[in-house]
Design a protein around this ligand. Structure first.
Ligand code: 3PG
Ligand code: MG
Length: 406
């Protein structure tokens, strides 16, 4: 995979439309988690320092039309605080209001446009809407890997309308993920957890062909245990997907790949903080019990798999990590992965909102090789799907190469 980056862009004196992902968690009118903004900061300041004018584009939430509750204004203020530079704001992302705001900019200035999803054309990937956005700039830079799975106008159509480049965060995400999955040091282990097998089926089916070992955790593991005839009591489990789980187990066997399921689990009668719980073998889950985390032997099993792995790809926690003490399995495995990474024995890549949160709780985020901000996009990338926002960045290079040949 190749794509053009900021290294290839001549931004001096240009109006640069920069797509970032300001779809950040908000609390009491302010940004609650700034990690995505921090990742985009280098792209913004680099373009401004190289003499470009920066015009920020983003969606926020899933508004049905213009809605002051979904305005990017408070988020723009947070970006200004983080990059320690003033940022102007325009109350619309296209039309006279946006044009006037852009016309007032000098080299090095930064402007944030209002939520792109206030216009229907955004989610429809409407070329006419993209053309209106394109009028505001000379160059397009996409720095939002976490939105790359959306074929929306500010992600896809706009990249056809202007010379398009990957920003620093986009570049870093793609390079880190490429390194981990396209020429990974083997053996590769994937941990896939989380609540539901149904949303991650494609992922498992594709992933099993790419990794030596697949450790399944979270609610998904219960469906696999049920497929093996184990009692899962009242656990989250999707019985209609048992045949699919059996297919995946059979596929693993025919490909000589290993699937690792829990051997012991932590069970309780309900899910609440510090309720009475016990550790049981997966053969002994009672009819009134729920599986809420993996047990110590399963933790040991996962850690020993990691100890003989060279690369780890992780999405989704092992247990109900939001509720103590059912975060224990995730935290212990995360600590082991961090330690192996520090010792240079493992390349560790994790992604997704819950996974990021769990790694933050474990305090190991910094020690992982790479943690992606992307949830949906990371999953689709892992599934082997082509991401529209990434494809379109490679396309320009291909078109240019053809021009040179002619
Ligand atoms: C995300 O937060 O995952 C991205 O910003 C995409 O948002 P969406 O799921 O509303 O398209
Ligand atoms: Mg989302």
């Amino acid at each position: 995979m190749s794509f053009r980056s900021l290294d290839d862009a001549d931004v001096k004196g240009k109006r640069v439309l920069v797509r970032i992902d300001l779809n950040v968690p908000m609390h009491d009118g302010d940004v609650a988690d700034v990690s995505r903004i921090e990742r985009n900061a280098p792209t913004i300041t680099e373009i401004a320092d190289r003499g470009g004018t920066v015009i920020l584009l983003s969606h926020y939430g899933r508004p049905k039309g213009p809605d002051s509750k979904e305005s990017l204004k408070p988020v723009a203020a947070a970006v200004a605080r983080i990059i320690k530079r003033p940022i102007a704001f325009a109350e619309d992302c296209v039309g006279p209001v946006a044009e006037k705001a852009v016309a007032a900019l000098k080299a090095g200035d930064i402007l944030c446009l209002e939520n792109t999803r206030f216009h229907k054309g955004e989610e429809k990937n409407d070329p006419a809407f993209a053309a209106k956005l394109a009028q505001l700039g000379d160059i397009y830079v996409d720095d939002a890997f976490s939105v790359a799975h959306r074929a929306h106008a500010s992600v896809e159509a706009l990249a056809h309308a202007l010379p398009a480049y990957a920003g620093r965060a986009m570049q870093e995400e793609l390079e880190a993920l490429e390194r981990a999955l396209h020429s990974p040091e083997r053996p590769v282990t994937a941990i896939v957890g989380g609540a539901k097998i149904s949303t991650k089926l494609d992922l498992l089916g594709n992933l099993i062909a790419k990794v030596e070992t697949l450790i399944i955790g979270g609610g998904m593991a219960n469906t696999f245990l049920a497929a093996q005839g184990k009692p899962v009591g009242k656990s989250l489990s999707e019985n209609d997907l048992i045949p699919t789980a059996r297919d995946i187990l059979a596929k693993a066997k025919s490909l000589h790949r290993e699937i690792v399921l829990p051997v012991d689990v932590v069970v309780a009668q309900k899910i609440a903080a510090h309720v009475p719980s016990r550790v049981v073998s997966v053969d002994d889950v009672g009819p009134a019990e729920m599986i809420l985390d993996i047990g110590p032997r399963s933790i040991e099993q996962a850690v020993s798999v990691l100890a003989r792995s060279k690369t780890l790809v992780w999405n989704g926690p092992f247990g109900a990590f939001e509720v103590e003490p059912f975060d224990n399995g995730t935290i212990e495995v995360a600590e082991a992965a961090a330690e192996l990474t520090t010792d240079r024995r493992l390349v560790s890549i994790a992604g997704g909102g819950d996974t990021m949160a769990a790694l933050n709780v474990a305090g190991v985020t910094e020690r992982f090789t790479y943690v992606s901000t992307a949830g949906g996009a990371f999953l689709e990338w892992l599934e082997g799907k082509k991401l529209p926002g990434v494809e379109v960045l490679g396309m320009f290079e291909a078109a240019e190469a053809r021009d040179v040949k002619r």
